[in-house]
Design a protein around this ligand. Structure first.
Ligand code: COA
Length: 242
């Protein structure tokens, strides 16, 4: 089976006419990640405040979600296996609602390390940070400025648990997500390229912001961090994932 478990996502990308993402998913799905994968992505940091427009602001209520939101999640982003696994791993859910209707979500990992097995890297999450993934706004509500409200609200919720920085990765093909992150003032920290071929991995991680760390290029997996937020010795002690 070339695309185990991902036929639904392919159909969704097709329906939403996201040609770049579809092309990337198809080329990746042809082989298992360790056999062949070529990917380029940017790692962002969002800290401080997201400024909201003064006038004509769309309404979005942002709240913590939990396992009772499985139905809402299935409407926002249908997933055959459900989302129980995310909760079991201790990941936190944020839901965005318009007039009581759940239309958006993000997932948050609290650390201490985010691991991407297919892309062969790990990233140290500082004590005051989170790793964000799985941002989704239902198609009918896209392009209306909700992204800014969703991240503004997420930062507000994070303040309740003493977290002030959001880290996330966006693939180079996802031009809308890149644009959306740039527009709210998220900072591009790293550009990460990975090539996996017949079990061998090569990576190139280039710093894009001052002080985040030195360029790493070479064979094997990358252990990344934001050196402006982690003490260098703490980064060295992080588990290297295999
Ligand atoms: C990416 C996504 C979350 C953006 O949310 P959104 O509510 O549609 O975005 P917004 O309307 O708030 O727009 C944010 C920025 O992107 C730009 N943008 C929105 N749609 C765009 C499009 N189709 N083409 C180009 N730019 C676009 C907006 O102009 C805005 O930039 P600006 O403030 O400089 O004008 C949403 O499109 C989505 O859920 N996509 C599918 C899942 C996904 O890709 N998630 C991200 C994974 S990292």
């Amino acid at each position: 089976m070339p695309f185990p478990g991902s036929v639904g996502s392919l159909l969704r990308l097709l329906r939403e006419r996201r040609w770049n993402a579809l092309g990337a998913t198809l080329s990746r799905g042809t082989f298992p990640a360790a056999l062949f994968r070529w990917n380029v992505m940017f790692i962002f940091r969002l800290a401080g405040r997201v400024v909201l427009p003064e006038r004509d602001r769309p309404q979005l209520r942002v709240r913590w979600g939990d396992s009772r939101d499985e139905g809402a999640l299935q409407r926002i982003r249908p997933r055959a296996g459900g989302y129980e696994g995310n909760f079991a791993r201790g990941h936190r859910l944020v839901i965005g609602e318009v007039e009581g209707l759940p239309v958006a979500c993000v997932w948050l990992e609290l650390g201490p390390v985010h691991v991407s097995r297919p892309n062969a890297y790990s990233f140290a999450i500082p004590r005051d940070g989170v790793w964000l993934y799985g941002t989704e706004i239902v198609p009918a509500f896209r392009g209306r400025g909700l992204f800014r409200l969703l991240y503004h609200g997420t930062l507000g919720l994070l303040a309740e648990i003493d977290r002030t920085r959001i880290y996330s990765a966006v693939e180079r093909e996802n031009v809308v997500a890149l644009r959306a992150n740039d527009a709210i003032g998220a900072c591009r920290l790293w550009e990460y390229r990975v090539l996996r071929l017949a079990g061998l991995t090569w990576h190139d991680a280039r710093p894009l912001a001052p002080g985040v760390g030195r360029r790493h290029m070479g064979v094997g997996k990358w252990s990344g961090a934001d050196a402006t937020a982690c003490a260098a010795e703490a980064v060295d002690q992080l588990p290297v994932t295999r």
